[in-house]
Design a protein around this ligand. Structure first.
Ligand code: 1VU
Length: 509
C-alpha cells in the first residue's frame, strides 16, 4: 500500500476532527449542546479543546466508542483570565461518566492545579456509566480526590444544566459554588423511581433536587439561574471577584462609586424589635452598591455576598433582621461558615455586619445539633487569617456577639454604631433572670419591670462597655461606615498572621 502524503494526512485529520465533533447524537437535553455551552462561557475564540480523539477502550461501552467519550474538556479565557472548563455531553450515553470520560476530566483538573487556574464544570450527566461498571466508579473517586486537592487552591465552580445524578452529584458538592437552572437542573443521589422502590416515598425530580429545592431547601446549590445564559453570566460574575488561585490576589478594578452614606443614619429603627433590611446598609458600603449574594434563598436570616471596596474584592457576612430577626440557626451557621472559609482560602477580606439576637433556642435546633453545627461558624472565623473588619449595627447578644466577627475570634478592626447593644442578652430577658423575685413581690410589677429594663438599657444596651475594654475600636456615625472600612482595609493590606504548623484542623462536621 503506498504511503500517504502529508497533504492526505492533513485531510484525514480534518475528516477525523469533523467526525469527532459530531460524535454524539443530534440534540442534547438543554438549551445548548456541550461545546456551545463552553463557547458561550469563554471569551470568543479562546477555547482550546483537549482530548478530542479520546475514546473508550474497545471492551468498554458495549462496542460504542464515540470520540470525546461524552465530555468536552479544555482551556480558554473569561474576561481575559485563564480558566479550565469541562462540559458533559448528554448526547453521549446520557452524559454518564465512563473511564475515558473520567480520565479526561481528571487530566483537566490536574492541568488546572498545575497552572493555578479556576475550573468550571458544566454538568449534565446520568451518573456512573452502567456499562463500564467499576471503572466508572473508580474515576468518580479519582475526580473527587482532585476536587479535594484543589479545594482552597483554585476556585472550582459547578454549573448544573440538566440531571446530575448519583456519583455525578458528589463532585459539585465538593466544589466551591454550584449554579442551577430553574426548571431544568436536578441533583440527587437517587432519583424518584429508586426512592419509591426503596422507601415507598413519592417525590418528583423537581421536589427531590430541582434548582429551587437545591437553592432554598437543602442548600446544595448557591445560585438560581433563570436559564442557561443566565447561569453562565453568574459564573463570569463570580470569577470577576476571585483570584486565579490561593497564591494570587483577587483581581483589582478601578474603584467604583461610593454610594451616599447619609442614608445609613436613618436605617436602624428606633424601636428595638422592628425589622429593617440589612441589604440597605451593605449597598451603601460597597462600590457602586453592587453585591453578588451567595445562597440568597437558603437561610435568609444570614446574608453572604461578594462585593468590592475601592475596586478590591470583599466577602460580606451579615445578619438579616428581616428574617427571623437575624438569628443564628443551624442553616445560617453552616452557610456562613462555608463562605467565611472560602473567603479565607482565597485571600478575600471579610466584612461582618452584626445585628444578632444570638443562637436560636428550641428543641428542634438542639436535637438537630446546633452545638456541633453552630460551632462551625466559630471555627471558621477563628481560623480565618484574612483581614477581618466588623461593624456592630444593633444587637450583638450572647454567643451571637462572640461569633459574628468579634475581636476575640481574631477580627482586626471592630466598629460599632451608636445603636449597638453589646450584652449577654436583651433587656427583657436579663431583667427577668436578675430580678425575678423582686418582680414577683412588687405591687406594680409592670412599672418596676419598665424601670429595670430602662436601667439595663442605659448601661448594657450600648456599645460603650465593649469600647471601654477595647473590644470595639471605635463607635462611629453610620454615615461614616464606608470610610472607616476603606481605611481599615487599606491598613490591613499587608496583614501577616502565621498559624502553627499542623496537618489540618478538625472542624466539627
Ligand atoms: C456512582 C454511582 C452512580 O452514579 S449510580 C447512578 C447511576 N445513574 C442513574 O441511576 C441515572 C440513570 N439515568 C436516568 O435516570 C436518566 O437517564 C436521566 C439521567 C434522568 C436522564 O433522563 P433523559 O434525559 O430522559 O434521558 P434518557 O433516560 O433517555 O437517557 C439518554 C441516553 O443516555 C443513556 N444513559 C442514561 N444514564 C446512563 C447511565 N448512567 N449509564 C449509561 N447510559 C446512560 C440512556 O440509556 C439513553 O441511551 P440511548 O439514547 O437510549 O441509547
Amino acid at each position: 500500500m503506498p504511503r500517504r502524503s502529508t497533504a492526505e494526512r492533513i485531510d484525514d485529520l480534518h475528516r477525523r476532527r469533523e467526525q469527532a465533533l459530531t460524535a454524539g447524537g443530534p440534540r442534547g437535553r438543554g438549551e445548548f449542546g456541550a461545546r456551545e455551552r463552553v463557547e458561550r462561557l469563554v471569551d470568543k475564540g479562546s477555547f482550546t479543546e483537549t482530548g478530542l480523539f479520546v475514546r473508550a477502550r474497545a471492551d468498554g461501552s458495549g462496542g460504542r466508542r464515540p470520540h470525546g467519550d461524552g465530555v468536552v474538556t479544555g482551556f480558554g479565557t473569561v474576561d481575559g483570565r485563564r480558566v479550565c472548563v469541562f462540559a458533559q455531553d448528554s448526547t453521549v450515553f446520557g452524559g454518564s461518566m465512563g473511564e475515558a470520560f473520567g480520565e479526561k476530566t481528571v487530566a483537566l483538573m490536574d492541568l488546572a492545579l498545575k497552572t493555578g487556574c479556576p475550573v468550571v464544570g458544566l454538568n449534565d450527566s446520568g451518573g456512573a456509566r452502567i456499562q463500564e461498571g467499576v471503572a466508572s466508579l473508580a474515576l468518580y473517586a479519582e475526580l473527587v480526590r482532585r476536587n479535594v486537592q484543589a479545594s482552597g487552591v483554585i476556585p472550582q465552580l459547578s454549573v448544573v444544566l440538566g440531571p446530575c445524578a448519583g456519583g455525578a452529584a458528589y463532585s459539585p458538592a465538593i466544589t466551591d459554588f454550584t449554579v442551577m437552572v430553574d426548571g431544568a437542573s436536578h441533583m440527587f443521589v437517587t432519583g424518584p423511581d429508586v426512592i419509591e422502590a426503596v422507601t415507598g416515598e413519592r417525590a418528583t425530580a423537581e421536589e427531590l433536587g430541582g434548582a429551587r429545592t437545591s437553592n432554598a431547601v437543602n442548600g446544595n446549590a448557591h445560585f438560581l439561574a433563570a436559564d442557561e445564559e443566565d447561569a453562565l453570566d453568574v459564573v463570569r460574575e463570580l470569577l470577576s471577584y476571585l483570584p486565579a488561585n490561593n497564591l494570587e490576589p483577587p483581581p483589582e478594578y478601578a474603584p467604583g462609586d461610593a454610594p451616599a452614606g447619609d442614608v445609613l443614619d436613618a436605617v436602624v429603627p428606633d424601636r428595638l424589635g422592628q425589622a429593617y433590611d440589612m441589604r440597605e446598609i451593605l449597598r451603601a458600603v460597597v462600590d457602586d452598591g453592587e453585591l453578588l449574594y451567595v445562597q440568597e434563598l437558603f437561610a435568609p436570616n444570614i446574608l453572604c455576598a461578594l462585593g468590592r471596596v475601592e475596586g478590591r474584592s470583599v466577602g460580606v457576612v451579615a445578619n438579616q433582621p428581616l428574617h427571623a430577626a437575624g438569628v443564628l440557626d443551624i442553616d445560617a451557621s453552616e452557610k456562613a461558615a462555608r463562605f467565611v472559609r472560602f473567603c479565607d482560602a482565597f485571600g478575600i477580606p471579610l466584612l461582618t455586619f452584626a445585628d444578632v439576637p444570638g443562637y436560636l433556642s428550641g428543641v428542634r435546633q438542639e436535637r438537630g445539633g446546633i452545638i456541633r453545627r453552630g460551632a462551625k461558624l466559630l471555627y471558621a472565623y477563628a481560623e480565618a487569617t484574612v483581614p477581618k473588619v466588623t461593624v456592630v449595627v444593633r444587637k450583638a447578644y450572647g454567643g451571637g456577639y462572640a461569633v459574628m466577627g468579634s475581636k476575640h475570634l481574631g477580627a482586626d478592626i471592630n466598629l460599632a454604631w451608636p445603636s449597638a447593644r453589646i450584652a449577654v442578652m436583651g433587656a427583657e430577658g436579663a431583667v427577668g433572670v436578675l430580678h425575678r423575685r423582686e418582680l414577683a413581690a412588687a405591687d406594680d410589677p409592670v412599672a418596676l419591670r419598665a424601670r429595670l429594663v430602662a436601667a439595663y438599657e442605659r448601661t448594657h444596651g450600648t456599645p460603650y462597655l465593649a469600647a471601654e475594654r477595647g473590644y470595639v475600636d471605635a463607635v462611629i456615625a453610620p454615615r461614616d461606615t464606608r470610610d472607616h472600612i476603606r481605611r481599615a482595609l487599606a491598613a490591613l493590606r499587608g496583614k501577616r498572621a502565621p498559624l502553627p504548623q499542623r496537618r489540618h484542623g478538625n472542624i466539627p462536621l
